[in-house]
Design a protein around this ligand. Structure first.
Ligand code: SAH
Length: 246
């Protein structure tokens, strides 16, 4: 097994154990939103985006930023308020409606002709466009290409058997020289079934290495009582910067 020591000196394996076969269906996600089982949502936003915003934006304004599997991430409002154009995708209509109402943002709703049953919710100001459909229904002909991505709770929420498909789609949606901030999680995958799923660094390299420079920016201890109740004894968030060179 391929092991590398992480920041806290723990050994990180490339084996994801039984998580390989685990599948969470769209209906299960919708159910989580319905019953309010959304412990992943961060009301105050994510400190790592605050800290590394400059790395993502690189001093540029008016960027198109993509939020895959966006939930009701408050960072979409931050970036729109800074003058960027935000596009998100999320299967739960409730999540998207909650996003607009919790920020008191007026919006309109329209069908997406290319996607059966797909809808797009757009802020009246026009700078936040949230697609309600599966991410796998999107393509660059529908949403265009992006200058930046904030991927938190997205790759780690994708079923492990779909990671290759997800990464190929993301690669297709990126402009040349664009920046992709990716947050993964690291813990013992034999002790918790996920999501979030454990994504080893070796897998990031095999998914994105052919077209990106990959840099690990930070590993943060994010252990909590909630994680302890999952049966874990350590839990890290790992932030990567992917730079699309090809
Ligand atoms: N990124 C958000 C949400 C993370 S939880 C945050 O950081 O808060 C993962 C989200 O992905 C859930 O809201 C779930 O409803 C959504 N989701 C799961 N599978 C999806 C898919 N195939 N396409 C679009 N959204 C999906």
């Amino acid at each position: 097994m391929d092991h590398s020591a992480n920041a806290s000196g723990l050994l990180e394996g490339s084996d994801i154990g039984s998580q390989k076969e685990r599948v969470v269906t769209e209906e299960e996600w919708l159910q989580k939103w319905e019953v309010g089982n959304i412990g992943f949502h961060k009301e105050q936003g994510h400190p790592l985006l605050q800290k590394y915003l400059d790395v993502l934006l690189n001093g540029k304004s008016g960027l198109r930023i993509f939020f895959p599997l966006c939930g009701k991430a408050v960072e979409m409002k931050w970036l729109a308020d800074m003058g960027h154009n935000v596009v998100g995708v999320e299967v739960s209509e409730q999540a998207l409606k909650d996003f607009f109402s919790e920020h008191s943002l007026p919006y309109c709703e329209e069908p997406v002709p290319e996607i059966s049953g797909g809808k797009m919710f757009q802020s009246t100001s026009g700078n936040i466009s949230l697609y309600c459909c599966s991410i796998y229904d999107l393509s660059s002909s529908i949403v265009g290409k992006f200058d930046g991505v904030w991927d938190r709770g997205a790759l780690v929420a994708v079923n492990p058997c779909d990671r290759q498909r997800y990464a190929s789609l993301m690669i297709n949606l990126m402009e040349k020289n664009s920046s992709y901030l990716l947050v993964t999680v690291s813990y013992d995958p034999n002790k918790h079934k996920g999501p979030p799923f454990y994504v080893p660094e070796s897998e990031i390299k095999s998914l994105f290495g052919s077209c990106c420079e990959i840099q690990c920016l930070e590993k943060v201890d994010d252990f909590s009582e909630r994680r302890k109740q999952w049966g874990l004894d350590y839990f890290l968030e790992v932030l990567y910067m992917l730079k699309f060179v090809a």
